[in-house]
Design a protein around this ligand. Sequence first.
Ligand SMILES: O=c1ccn([C@H]2C[C@H](O)[C@@H](COP(=O)(O)OP(=O)(O)OP(=O)(O)O)O2)c(=O)[nH]1
Ligand SMILES: [Mg+2]
Length: 155
Amino acid sequence: MFDVTVTRLDPGVPLPVYAHPGDAGADLVTTIDVELEPGERALVATGIALALPEGLAAFVHPRSGLALRLGLSIVNTPGTIDAGYRGEIKVLLVNHDPSQRITLSRGDRIAQLVIQRVERVAFVEADALPESVRGAGGYGSTGGHATADIQRESS
Ligand SMILES: O=c1ccn([C@H]2C[C@H](O)[C@@H](COP(=O)(O)OP(=O)(O)OP(=O)(O)O)O2)c(=O)[nH]1
Ligand SMILES: [Mg+2]
């Protein structure tokens, strides 16, 4: 376990907390009340700033329960918190529900922070790449992808 130094820019919010032993995500809360109309997005402050050691990064993920119940997600999921970032962690929430407004109150848990080891590499340019079994095949090259309704109807 790494120690990560945290500051609370809003003294009224809890530190990020793992709900259970073994959880990968530590919950973050909103410092403000928010109302999101269907399709609307909002940048929401969490009151938390970190000093991550080099070699770690934090990723801001949606919470599954809120996604299921309300359609709440994050536009740039997962948001990337660089080790060098010392500012407040903010969450770019979005309401994916087609008809229902989402109402959140200060203190509600809105997202979860997953801390991971990350590698940095030297990008070394070459004229050609070494061969591999997959080669350049991508975007469904192995099959098994769903067919869009519109394609199914016209075929
Ligand atoms: O969900 C997020 C994503 C990012 N950030 C902060 C921390 C991160 O280190 C910084 C920059 O994020 P990113 O690199 O994804 O955004 P950018 O648009 O590339 O901005 P920049 O030019 O500052 O790198 O913004 C957040 O607070 N929340
Ligand atoms: Mg960036």
